[in-house]
Design a protein around this ligand. Structure first.
Ligand SMILES: C[S@@+](CC[C@H](N)C(=O)[O-])C[C@H]1O[C@@H](n2cnc3c(N)ncnc32)[C@H](O)[C@@H]1O
Length: 407
């Protein structure tokens, strides 16, 4: 089916234009707000249609030529066909709209901090292994699919990552090992590699060869951020965009207010970066994290960065946090993965007497879902701000401050 003269009025996080045809929503691949298009419908569902633009009757003035050869096929970026600053406006619009739709809350459109380094900003990548015409390849998820696309270039990561990835593809046959996943991380000088595969003996042989060819590969590396140094292991999380993370830390510091006499409960603390940053402002830090090796490093990192009063506990927050643990004059920082937290964590915060919560969310929908539960439990949103931590992608780091409604 062809629909003519369709006006695109919005854009989704996946980079699809949004239009309405006879009351039904139509998602249009590669179409931007303000454009007028003729569309071929590819999938027709009960509540919406999906299609592609076959003719642009009017093109957007802010449309740009995508710079990556994999754009539109790879699931990583979704905003390369749009001017960067315009993309930021859509990101804050998505945040406002998510609060309205999910939490039924009308917030002001938040501010967003843009990035100076818009390209090659990631210090970490995960490639997935797969076979293409019998050849072992490494790549990313294909857009909207569970299959993979072989990656030859990526403008979000340093060139060294591509070089190492290519070498692993070449060496896989020699060592008869085909990792399902490889993680590469750098601090700009040293590199860290994590390889996942059932065959550990051959994997170690491959890793030893890589270490010979790339002598800057280390087991644990040190990453400097905001005047602090953190040791990071391959299995632990660390902020992927240091410029963005520095802005994020400052926003959180501003939002928590004076913590010089408070305990900060850093839920999902990783190797301790955010907590240690606040600890340097005088807060007593209580961190909780599921990866045990990250907890050990968090303790080391707290000590080497001069903290005195800190405790880090290994375990799932939903298992280790309860209302009675959280002191009344404390501050809770929630910085979970994209899926948000279990409802029991929100219940514990609500049942405690803590008056301030700062939620750092990298998964917008799930963050607003959790915030909505905190609102139901008696908190009010007092500020929302964003950082463009992941330029050209549909992701936006959103920081929400909540305070307990005393009325
Ligand atoms: C977005 S990272 C934030 C890390 C840290 N705040 C930072 O800035 O470096 C989320 C962290 O939550 C941890 N995590 C995931 N699920 C968890 C759970 N159920 N309980 C505790 N930690 C969890 C992950 O291992 C990861 O370190």
């Amino acid at each position: 089916m062809i629909i003519k003269n369709l006006e695109i009025t919005d854009i989704t996080e996946e980079g699809n234009g949004v239009a309405r045809n006879e009351g039904k929503v139509v998602f249009v691949k590669d179409a931007l707000p303000g454009e007028m298009v003729n569309v071929r419908i590819i999938h027709s569902k009960k509540k919406f249609d999906q299609g592609e633009a076959i003719v642009y009757l009017e093109k957007s003035a802010v449309r740009e030529k995508p710079f990556c050869m994999h754009y539109g096929v790879c699931g990583g970026c979704s905003l390369q066909h749009l001017n960067y600053e315009e993309g930021l406006k859509f990101k804050t619009h998505w945040v406002k709209s998510a609060f309205s739709k999910i939490a039924r809350l009308n917030i002001e459109e938040p501010s967003i901090i843009s990035m100076q380094n818009k390209l090659k900003y990631r210090n970490k990548v995960v490639f997935h292994g797969f076979f293409l015409e019998g050849q072992y390849k490494l790549g990313f998820y294909r857009k909207g699919s569970n299959s993979f696309v072989h990656i030859k270039e990526c403008f979000l990561i340093p060139d060294d990552f591509i070089e190492m990835k290519n070498r692993i593809e070449e060496l896989s046959g020699t060592y008869n090992v085909y990792p399902d996943e490889i993680m590469i991380r750098t601090n700009g000088v040293d590199f860290q590699i994590g390889l996942e595969s059932g065959n550990t003996d051959n994997l170690n042989l491959l890793l030893n060869e890589l270490k010979k060819e790339f002598p800057s590969i280390r087991d644990n590396i040190e990453i400097s951020i905001a005047g602090m140094v953190f040791e990071v292991s391959a299995k632990s999380f660390f902020q992927v965009n240091l410029e963005g993370a520095t802005s994020l830390f400052k926003i959180v510091e501003k939002m928590v207010g004076d913590v010089s006499h408070s305990i900060v409960y850093d839920l999902c603390c990783g190797v301790g970066s955010l907590g240690v940053f606040l600890g340097k402002a005088g807060a007593r830090i209580r961190g909780y994290e599921v990866i045990e090796e990250a907890v050990i490093l968090a303790r080391k990192n707290a000590e080497r960065n001069g903290l005195i009063d800190y405790e880090f506990t290994a375990g799932k927050v939903e298992d280790v946090i309860s209302a009675s643990i959280i002191e009344d004059n404390g501050v809770v920082i929630l910085d979970p993965p994209r899926g948000g937290v279990e409802v029991i964590v929100i219940d514990s915060i609500v049942k405690s007497n803590v008056s301030r919560v700062v939620y750092v969310g990298c998964g917008l929908g799930k963050m607003v879902r959790d915030v909505a539960k905190l609102i139901e439990g008696g908190f009010v949103v007092s500020k929302v701000e964003c950082v463009d931590m992941f330029p050209w992608t549909g992701h936006v780091e959103t920081i929400t401050r909540l305070i307990r409604n005393k009325n």
